[in-house]
Design a protein around this ligand. Structure first.
Ligand SMILES: *Cc1c(COP(=O)(O)O)cnc(C)c1O
Length: 344
């Protein structure tokens, strides 16, 4: 088999949810947008459902529809993009709960699906999604009278605990919602870690479930092993790969593995990335190609069968650093060619 193996540890995923749940003062939901951060929303959703999750969050109605098919009726599925034109049938048939972002969305929702559950997303300063304070005060009483399932907002800087934006957004959110008889949610993973004053009635972790920062105590969920296709001797002064980007500083043993930027192994990581043969780090040499990566295995002492990119020795965030990005992008870029193995 030449395809790489992506192992997804559902036990670690569930334990990460349980750890965050133990930190949270209210209910702990789960964000499974972008196909469960690239790991597969149906499998991730079912594992979290068995663990006790009763509120799921997705980005779009399409994602909600897919998730509903996987987890069945019962748990709430909230849709961050709200109720967009064309979403009505999915909202009704998959029993999705839109998080309405504007007065326009609210009008669309109550006209198209009177009596159907909804939540409200408020903008507390991030200026991305949600009703502005003035918009909210205009419709707040009508909205609250209909009993929204959730009123939420999102923090822009929760991964930086000392950032003054956190307290600022907390105060804005409180000013918009204090005294209202509605369930409230402000915290994603970062906000859950900031502390209980950010938790309200529901936390909504995403990345922490999947083993990513800012949840430093997360268990790794993803292991990625790339099979070695060929190993060769390269003499000092010879070059490897496109553009002759790497010149061997000594006689070297070079392994070519199956996996490249078409599999989400971002090309920019090349110069800084490391693969592992067991405990031995093997620097990536030359450019990452579409389907292949070359690594220096001289110090391994034998020709390995595969090299590991993510796992016990290297987290998704270390790989992200090498590529100049964040763990979220590494996970959601994971390609479709991997053999996906579920570990319970
Ligand atoms: C993606 C997202 C989350 C989850 O964020 P993490 O940082 O992955 O925990 C929560 N709420 C909203 C509105 C989001 O867009």
């Amino acid at each position: 088999m030449t395809s790489a193996t992506l192992s997804i540890d559902l036990g670690a995923l569930v334990r990460n949810w349980q750890t965050l749940d133990a930190m949270s003062s209210g209910e702990t939901g789960a964000v499974v947008k972008a196909n469960g951060y690239g790991l597969g929303a149906p499998v991730v959703g079912r594992a979290l459902l068995r663990a006790g999750v009763r509120s799921f969050f997705v980005a779009t109605a399409d994602e909600g529809n897919t998730l509903r098919g996987a987890i069945g009726q019962g748990p709430a599925i909230y849709v961050f993009s709200g109720h967009m034109a064309g979403d009505t049938a999915a909202m009704r048939e998959a029993a999705l709960t839109p998080l309405l972002n504007s007065v326009d969305q609210m009008l669309r929702h109550v006209e198209a699906l009177p009596g159907h559950p909804f939540g409200i997303q408020l903008d507390s300063g991030m200026n991305r999604l949600g009703m502005e304070p003035a918009e909210w005060s205009a419709v707040r009483d009508i909205a609250v009278a209909q009993g929204p399932a959730l009123v939420m907002s999102h923090l822009a800087c929760a991964d930086e605990p000392k950032h003054p934006m956190n307290a600022h957004q907390l105060a804005e959110f409180r000013a918009m919602t204090d005294g209202l008889d509605v369930p409230r949610s402000l915290a994603a993973t970062g906000g859950t870690i900031l502390g209980p004053e950010y938790h309200f009635d529901m936390t909504r972790p995403g990345i922490g479930l999947y083993g990513g920062l800012p949840f430093v105590d997360a268990e790794p969920v993803v292991t990625l092993d790339l099979p070695v296709i060929q190993v060769r001797d390269v003499a000092q002064g010879e070059t490897v790969g496109y553009g002759n980007a790497w010149t061997a500083p000594r006689d070297a043993r070079i392994a070519t593995v199956s996996g490249g930027y078409a599999d989400g192994l971002i090309r920019a990581m090349g110069p800084k990335a490391t693969l592992y043969a067991g405990e031995v780090p093997c620097p990536v040499v030359g450019r990452v190609s579409m389907d292949l990566i070359t690594a220096d295995v001289t110090d391994v002492g034998h020709d390995p069968n595969d090299l590991q990119l993510m796992g016990q020795h290297q987290s998704v965030d270390t790989v992200a650093d090498a590529a100049g990005t964040i763990g979220y992008e590494i996970l959601t870029s994971l390609g479709l060619r991997y053999h996906r193995a579920l570990v319970q």
